[in-house]
Design a protein around this ligand. Sequence first.
Ligand code: ASP
Ligand code: MG
Length: 430
Amino acid sequence: MKIFKFGGASVKDAKSIRNVAHIVSLYGIEKLGIVISAMGKTTNAMEQIVETLMSKQEALFQGYVEERRQFHLEIMNELFHDKTNPIYTDVLEVFRSLEIKYKSSPRLNYDFEYDQIVGTGEILSTKIVSAFLNQQGFNSKWADATTLIQTDKAYREAEINWEKTTALFQSHFIPQFESYDIQITQGFIGHTDEGFTTTLGREGSDFTAGIMAYCCDAENVTIWKDVPGMLNADPKWFDDTIKLDSISFREAIELSYYGASVIHPKTVKPLQNKKIPLYVKSFIDPQADGTVIQSSTVNDQLVPSFIFKMNQVLFSFTPKDFSFIAEDNLSDIFNRLSAANAKINLMQNSALQFSILLDKEKVNIEEILALFKDIYHVKFNTGLELVTIRHYDQATLDRVTINKEIILQQKTRETARLIVRQKTKGIIIP
Ligand code: ASP
Ligand code: MG
């Protein structure tokens, strides 16, 4: 069995969905599991639907639901020649149950309600793609991820119950391949043992492909992207990027940990555990080679990789009583940071100061100041960038520091990390 994963960009309109069918036909595969995300920007739209449900803005809520209904219906009208295809009633039913949530939902807790609604985007996309593949002559079955992937109750960031999920795939998914060549399921969602829907965190559909591969002992996984593979830098910040042809699981985990955004960070571990190769390939040029992520580390050193995080804020905490930064106040600092839900990109300490770097967009500076002010002096600096270079050398360090002031740097044998700031443009006096 092989697994394909198509993200939101690869199913964003009718033309893209036709391309999915084209890619599947190129491979002529039997026993293919396909994981699909919500179409285009649907997850963001679903988030607005949740927001307006929770803040009781009925007109806006109905407006967003209607807008998404039209979006999906327009795509369907381009794909299906037979307007009596049962997919129409199926999709309209999904929207009807979404709509009545406004009247019926007890609106318990934000994260819970979020998970009951946001995955609707994936339900819709998988139903439509599955029906389309069948119209095109494939033998495909829609599979409900909320009966396969079992999680805990940590809504919006649910953890997988691997044992139960494996058992569910083995008993309810694999046997279906006796009757179907292809099974299509939703990325990003799972269910609790009480049967409520959970989500695995934004961009979690890649992870679903990894889970499915692990539970089914798949031969390999292919993630289809709008880039030719994993590149050594984000083309947004770099002109001459290089594609990585082959890297190890370990290297892929390091790169995604530091912020390379091509694959979701949790995806690789289950694949590494079972040595299942992961291909990252272009849906625009499906016959090109792409990147393979596998066990061998021999090619990891070949190309230096660059990961940039913009708009960073650096906080420094100094105990007011001049106590050392040691284990006890480190644990106090971490407790406070975890209460503020801070996700640390880099940290460093001296005798009296502990510094952390955070994404400015994800942090409430006032909240951090308030949380620490009783026993720490807190300083912060904004307007910073974090650059991580894997397999660096002097030339690569020079390249990323042109016109930059280095605020802090950390180096290990394989990785250099620099916090930099754009030099202010002064007038050069000859
Ligand atoms: N649709 C979800 C999101 O946009 C999951 C995914 O695309 O991976 O976050
Ligand atoms: Mg997506």
